[in-house]
Write a protein that binds this ligand. Structure first.
Ligand SMILES: Cc1cc2nc3c(=O)[nH]c(=O)nc-3n(C[C@H](O)[C@H](O)[C@H](O)COP(=O)(O)OP(=O)(O)OC[C@H]3O[C@@H](n4cnc5c(N)ncnc54)[C@H](O)[C@@H]3O)c2cc1C
Length: 380
């Protein structure tokens, strides 16, 4: 194998396949593309949730949608109507199948599955990608492999979570409401919260999440998850359909961009994750959509666009306040969602907040905490 491509995509996960899918849609105008993915086969290994705003992509793949979300904590239960921007969930298995079908349907794209990228270097103006089973060369490389494999990214905070999809023997869940946060006391006084996506009266995804400086492993959650599943399902007989565990890096330092525009990084650790919320899926979709459009116009793919300065500063400020005052987490989130006009917080969640939304959010939160953190940031 020694082939030459216009674009070589390293990693065929969410970002790699999303880009591949947009390039496949260029039909005969699609350049010569190679996608290299370590996995030989895809399985349904995660659930992506997001706010289905006007700009959200691939909404047709959603497995479920909720027009009401609930936040419980600090002795209050807040439920907001989000019919205008519903909350949706896509099963990764459905996404992988749809993306792969489009990609393999375009003869200009070669998909190297079950192969691994070993090294990348530039030789005589072309990128050479060494795989386990050969070498590819290309004019541009889009690298979506996670950076932390190389141990170089340290986020401000981790959003660690562990969950199970359960099927109960009786009707338990209210399918009308997704519980985004139901704060509970975790081990060692940690502030944990439950996340419940009811797919039907008998089936739901139940997760325990914690924010913290340290990344938590699956074992850290095993007893609290078991206990919470019992509570949520009122000790009904349950069958575990599937398990998921992950830690989303929040507030990563900006990934170093290569001076050579023909090598770009993309994906969760390269600007794909929004610092304050940890939402990634739709940011990757928007990036892939724009990248496909650039290629259609004969331009190089670019990395994720930087968030505006004010968004980056506000997000980091919010994370620092949360890190310094974990016990106030329930109060902060309840106040946020209990704002008079919850549309501001929804726009904040899906990256479409205006400066007025930010001002409203600041006014809704305890000002003392934020001013103290702002002071610290100024003198740091
Ligand atoms: C369980 C779970 C739940 C999540 N829930 C949400 C959610 O609800 N909402 C949300 O917005 N985000 C969520 N995320 C976060 C984020 O959306 C996903 O992690 C997303 O898959 C990130 O996309 P990516 O392309 O950056 O990374 P990945 O999808 O992990 O893709 C990277 C790919 O690179 C491949 N690879 C790595 N090294 C090599 C190599 N050397 N050679 C070849 N291939 C290689 C990997 O096999 C992988 O397929 C969740 C993540 C997980 C794991």
């Amino acid at each position: 194998m020694a082939s030459e491509f216009d674009i070589i995509i390293l990693g065929g996960g969410c970002a790699g396949l999303s880009l591949g899918m947009r390039l496949a849609r260029l039909g005969p105008d699609c350049p010569r593309v190679a996608i290299v993915e370590r996995r030989a086969q895809y399985i349904s290994d995660r659930t992506w949730s997001y706010w289905a705003s006007q700009s959200a992509q691939l909404k047709h793949l959603a497995r479920a949608e909720w027009q009401k979300v609930a936040i419980n904590g600090d002795g209050k239960n807040v439920s907001i109507d989000c019919a205008v921007v519903p909350y949706q969930a896509i099963d990764a298995g459905a996404f992988y199948s749809a993306a792969v079908a489009e990609i393999v349907g375009n003869p200009n794209i070669l998909f190297y599955r079950g192969d691994e990228v070993k090294a990348v270097c530039k030789v005589n103006g072309l990128w050479e990608v060494r795989l386990s089973r050969g070498t590819l060369s290309g004019r541009q490389v889009v690298d979506t492999r996670p950076v932390h494999d190389a141990g170089c990214a340290v986020p401000l905070m981790w959003q660690s979570f562990s969950g199970v999809e359960v099927e109960c023997a009786e009707d338990i869940f209210d399918v009308g409401v997704a519980t985004l946060m139901d704060f509970i006391q975790g081990p060692d006084g940690q502030v944990n919260f439950l996340y419940v996506l009811p797919y039907s009266r008998r089936r739901a995804l139940i997760e325990v999440t914690v924010f913290g400086r340290e990344k938590r492993g699956e074992a850290d959650f095993s007893s609290i998850l078991e206990e919470q599943v019992k509570t949520v399902t009122r000790s009904a007989a349950v069958k575990i359909i599937y398990r998921e565990h992950y830690a989303i890096p929040m507030g990563l330092p900006e990934v170093e961009r290569s001076e050579d525009e023909s090598y770009v990084r993309a994906g969760i650790e390269a600007g794909g994750a929004r610092a304050a919320t940890g939402y990634v899926f739709q940011r990757i979709q928007r990036w892939a959509e724009e990248a496909g459009e650039r290629v259609r116009c004969g331009q190089l793919v670019r990395g994720h666009a930087k968030d505006p300065w004010v968004v980056r500063k506000m997000d980091r400020l919010f994370l620092r306040v949360l890190l310094r005052n974990p016990e106030r987490g329930p109060e902060l989130f309840v106040r946020l969602f209990a704002m008079r006009d919850p549309r501001s917080v929804i726009r904040f969640m899906h990256d479409e907040a205006t400066i007025w939304d930010y001002l409203r959010i600041m006014c809704a939160l305890p000002r003392g905490l934020f001013l103290a953190e702002l002071g610290r940031a100024l003198f740091r």
